[in-house]
Design a protein around this ligand. Structure first.
Ligand code: LLP
Length: 426
């Protein structure tokens, strides 16, 4: 095993990211501000592609991690596909130039309308998660007289050893179907006139820092592939999902080396001559992003010192939702003495807290802070709770920046709301 962590990364030092001065950027674009390094994302894409060399593999970026059109365009430019979970993500991916033939559709709640839209677009594959969905797909494909290609998402009953809220491979999770049920689907697949069931899909969880659960899940998948092949069911694609973890806490989180990850895939699927699909989200974008936020004030509580910042759970919900740790550093050149504090947002929720009892260089109102590793599941999970307009997002690239989502205005935020005056009966 190699012991190196992730490949060389364009990581924000405390003042600069991808050649852009962060203090000047915050001055011009305002805070809170999501900033993503295009170079860092390209580096990750390159490293993953390199680790997959020699395999018939297609990387379908998990759009949910960060669906900003400019980020999706980086994926499109690199020839990546997309893993989508809604009609909205389908439209985003197509709009960004990702060809339908490189799009796969996962999720337990695909509606008839969403399936119809995906069939109309001609996506590559549906990762089917229930028998009801399989029959709906058959019916809708028959109505259009097209053949839908499908994979069974199996739930291999493997614990991903990650946060319970982002584990998906246990038998009691809502995702996928058991191996017995998958066998039954294949046994009855001859009756599916408009669904070509020839793929397997597995995704057991996210932010995995150990390869063992993945190895187990892939070996179970490979056993099923062999068994099905022996029974005459050709499997032409195996989708290994996403889930590769990143570093949120320097010196504490040790992500696996990308080559070790792909070695697990190579080994588990040795002899498989179909296409291997991968659905990484977080690994491609998380460490490329930072959230810039300004200190509003220091509040001395009775027992704690609160650093109140202008970002909140509406820009980054991970700490509130999963008690997730994100490194926080001041954007400052000079060093200052450390002080223990809680970093909190302005939202009226106790859980609107980025850090508790954290040793941070002393800071004061007006200081700029950088919250790291926010490129994935940051802006994509944003809300307007407390009537906070959505934050701006910028893409940085070798000394330049472009606004890729302008800050939402108040009027945009309330667009669509209206007084109750046009009463109707239903
Ligand atoms: N494929 C499927 C079917 C998925 O459900 C997911 C993530 C992925 C791929 C991408 O996983 P990744 O490579 O990003 O780990 N909001 C949570 C993460 C939820 C992930 C949901 N599914 C967080 O902030 O940690």
């Amino acid at each position: 095993m190699t012991t190196t962590a992730s490949p060389a990364t364009v990581r924000a030092d405390t003042t600069c990211l991808d050649g852009v001065d962060l203090a000047a950027l915050a001055q011009r674009a305002g805070t809170p501000l999501h900033a993503y390094s295009a170079s860092a994302i390209r580096q990750r894409i390159g490293a993953l592609k390199n680790a997959l060399r020699g395999l018939d593999a297609l990387v379908c970026y998990a759009v949910k991690a960060n669906g900003n059109l400019a980020v999706l365009q980086l994926m499109a430019d690199a020839g990546l596909g997309a893993d989508i979970v809604s009609a909205g993500e389908l439209r985003r991916s197509l709009r960004a130039g990702i060809p339908a033939q490189r799009i796969v559709f996962s999720g337990v709640g695909k509606t008839a309308g969403e399936i119809a839209a995906a069939l109309a677009a001609g996506i590559a594959r549906f990762n089917v998660e229930s028998e009801d969905e399989l029959h709906l797909l058959q019916r809708l494909a028959a109505e259009r007289d097209v053949i839908a290609r499908a994979a069974v998402r199996i739930n291999p009953g493997v614990d991903a050893h990650t946060h319970a809220k982002i584990s998906t491979g246990n038998a009691d999770n809502k995702f996928g179907v058991g191996i017995d049920e998958a066998r039954r689907w294949f046994a009855g697949s001859a009756t599916l006139s408009h669904v070509h069931l020839d793929g397997l899909h597995v995704h057991i969880g996210s932010q995995m820092l150990s390869l063992e659960p993945l190895r187990q899940a892939l070996h179970r998948t490979a056993d099923l592939w062999c068994e099905l092949a022996a029974a005459g069911h050709a499997i032409t694609s195996i989708d290994v999902g996403g889930g590769l973890g990143v570093c949120y806490r320097a010196g504490h989180d040790h992500p696996v080396a990308i080559e070790d990850y792909t070695d697990v895939i190579r080994h588990a699927l040795a002899g498989f001559d179909g296409r291997i699909l991968l659905e990484p989200g977080r690994w491609l974008v998380a460490e490329a992003g930072v959230l810039l936020t300004r200190v509003i004030r220091i509040k001395r509580g009775r027992q704690r010192r609160f650093v109140v910042v202008d970002a909140s759970m509406t820009e980054l919900v991970r700490p509130s939702l999963y008690d997730a740790w994100h490194d926080i550093v001041p954007v400052a050149r000079e060093s200052r003495p450390l002080q223990t504090c809680d970093v909190v947002g302005p939202v009226c929720e106790t859980s609107d807290t980025f850090a508790v009892g954290r040793a941070l260089p002393e800071c004061e109102a007006g200081d700029l802070l950088l919250i790291r590793t926010t490129g994935a599941y940051g802006a994509s999970m944003a809300s307007t709770f407390n009537s906070r307009p959505l934050a701006a997002e910028v893409l940085l690239d070798r000394g330049r920046y472009a606004v890729v989502r302008r800050r939402q205005t108040f009027e945009e935020m309330i667009a669509g709301e209206q007084p109750a005056q046009n009463w109707e009966t239903a």
